[in-house]
Design a protein. Structure first.
Length: 566
């Protein structure tokens, strides 16, 4: 059955433009589409593939392995001919075509990173199982996702060339028109597609003509400076945005059939380039100042302080198990802290009880400080069939069975829930609570593990640090935090539970430790909440008359309990 025609899809002009530009110039780097259910994400992607019948269209299954994607040893030929041979993967099949990843946010981060690397370079290089292969892999990468099922990490978002954010709100007339069109297509697909045959043929010719014209399109210096100025105004990190914007503007000019980029081309592609890169909101009249300061104040974006080689490492997800070596995971010694802002240094020193608590958590993780391996997965008693076959050639059958070596290192996420309510954080206790977060962050940084921080206060929650490999510096992130309002404890614990469960569905090997830093001054019952992984409650209650809610909360959550005041 023919796909639903591209020209018959109602609305979604930005989405259509992004797909067409990527089809004209695959060097743009692919398209990421984010939107709820029912907004024609998959329909439009498959419709574009139908417009390009000579180009292969490959769908990457959600449960795909790295070998399925990149290719691997052809086991059948080894068994039949006793010779090593390479079996191409999906990247080879997608060459000169499209590779479609539905629910890309649920795909393991190492696979997404690998996909984006190959899409950017146009080459797939495989070194595995005694084989070395290198082949061209130029394709248009299209990823779609529903943000309700979890976000894609910011580092991976940025590596998509263009991004479109959709919604499923339509005018009443459009809703009726869409329903009628879909009903007509389902009743007689061939007849429905025939109605749009002329428009489809015209689109095909425009795409092919734009591809041919692309090499001749020019962009003068004034327009290049305008691109740079707008990227700078949006505080775009790095130069990837500038490069993508330039390439997309060239493609749009080629689509219009002109020989030189104009302002209309720059304006049209701007929202597609900046949707996932803009660090400052579009200019608008400043809002009136609030009556009271908000509980969370983010610092302005700042350049990464890590050296270039560390930044390159930070682009790689911390859960890329197959890419990590045993040496990546080291024991952590005692750490000292410095003052933040104008706060006294002595108030920012970690409490002894916290150090003991964190050491205790480390001790639980399979003897990490004794250098024992911590990665779930392959063990020493699992046969490595490829290695056995390769090592035995040319002898047949294999004379010796080899086994997989146990891997050391694991994917760990440290999730900090920091209570910023008025009852929790005041004077020196604010500094001590921040010191606790610094201690956790520095230990995660040294171990190259992941960190996320959620603040909760004033009856709301705020993600202070999205899930990333723990950064080297947290001072500027923590310094602006102010205390105020009530304690939405149940809300933040529910958010943490949802987040961890989503991550576990995506990556079952995830290990996590949740640190709840609070005085427990709320009446919420949390006995029905079950947070995966390890849990540690750090009690910040400092009033002379103590309610003693902390131990009760720790018992309800099954968490280890420690006093910050110790």
């Amino acid at each position: 059955m023919a796909e639903f025609p591209f020209s018959a899809v109602a609305g979604q002009a930005g989405f259509k433009t992004a797909l067409l530009l990527a089809a004209i110039n695959p060097a743009i780097g692919g398209v990421l589409v984010s939107g709820p259910r029912g907004c024609a994400k998959s329909t439009l992607v498959r419709a574009l593939a139908d417009l390009l019948p000579e180009s292969p269209f490959v769908t990457l299954p959600l449960g795909a392995s790295e070998e399925m994607l990149t290719g691997t040893l052809d086991l059948q030929q080894v068994l039949n001919d006793q010779q090593l041979a390479f079996r191409p993967g999906l990247l080879s099949k997608a060459h000169q075509g499209m590779l479609y990843v539905d629910e890309v946010n649920l795909l393991a981060d190492p696979l997404v990173d690998l996909l984006l690397d190959v899409a950017a370079s146009g080459v797939n290089h495989v070194e595995r199982d005694g084989i070395s292969q290198r082949h061209d892999a130029r394709f248009v990468l299209i990823g779609t996702m529903n943000p309700d099922e979890g976000e894609l990490r910011e580092q991976l978002k940025d590596r998509f060339g263009l991004m479109v954010e959709l919604d499923n709100r339509y005018a009443l007339e459009d809703r009726v028109r869409i329903v009628r069109a879909r009903d007509a297509y389902d009743r007689d697909p061939a007849a429905f597609c025939q109605q749009f045959a002329a428009e489809q043929q015209q689109l095909q010719q425009q795409i092919l003509a734009a591809r041919t014209r692309l090499a001749q399109v020019q962009c003068d210096e004034s327009h290049q400076l305008e691109i740079a100025r707008r990227c700078d105004a949006a505080q775009v990190d790095g130069l990837r945005g500038d490069i993508v914007w330039y390439r997309a503007a060239l493609a749009h000019a080629a689509w219009r059939g002109v020989a030189e980029v104009g302002t209309v081309d720059i304006d049209t592609v701007e929202p597609l380039v900046l949707a996932h890169r803009r660090q400052t909101p579009p200019q608008s009249p400043p809002p009136s100042p609030p009556k009271s300061p908000p509980p969370f104040q983010r610092p302005p974006p700042r350049p990464e302080s890590s050296p270039p080689e560390q930044q390159d490492q930070d682009q790689q997800p911390a859960d890329a198990g197959s890419q990590s070596s045993a040496g990546d995971w080291g024991a952590m010694g005692q750490l000292q802290h410095q003052a933040i802002g104008n706060l006294p240094a002595q108030n920012y020193t970690s409490a002894p009880a916290l150090t003991m608590a964190l050491d205790g958590q480390g001790g639980k993780r399979s003897g990490r400080q004794q250098g024992e391996g911590r990665r779930n997965g392959a063990t020493g008693n699992q046969p490595d069939w490829f290695a056995s076959l390769v090592s035995s050639l040319p002898q047949w059958p294999p004379q010796q069975l080899r086994f997989k070596q146990p891997r050391t290192g694991a994917m760990w996420l440290h999730l900090v829930l920091l209570d910023t309510s008025a009852s929790t954080l005041s004077s020196q206790w604010l500094a001590r609570a921040k010191a606790a977060v610094l201690e956790i962050g520095k230990r995660a940084y040294l171990a190259r593990e992941q960190l996320a921080i959620i603040g909760f206060g004033n009856q709301q929650t705020d993600t202070l640090l999205a899930r990333v490999r723990a950064p080297k510096e947290l001072h500027s992130l923590l310094e602006p935090i102010q205390a105020g309002g009530g304690t939405p404890l149940r809300q933040v614990l529910g958010q943490a539970q949802t987040m961890l469960n989503q991550l576990l569905r995506q990556t079952p090997a995830l290990n996590s430790c949740t640190y709840l830093i609070t005085d427990g001054r709320c009446r919420d019952s949390v006995a029905d909440l079950q947070l995966p992984g390890q849990r540690l409650l750090i009690d910040t209650e400092q009033s002379s008359v103590k309610r003693g809610r902390g131990p009760q909360l720790a018992a309800e959550l099954g968490a280890d309990y420690h006093l910050l005041s110790e």
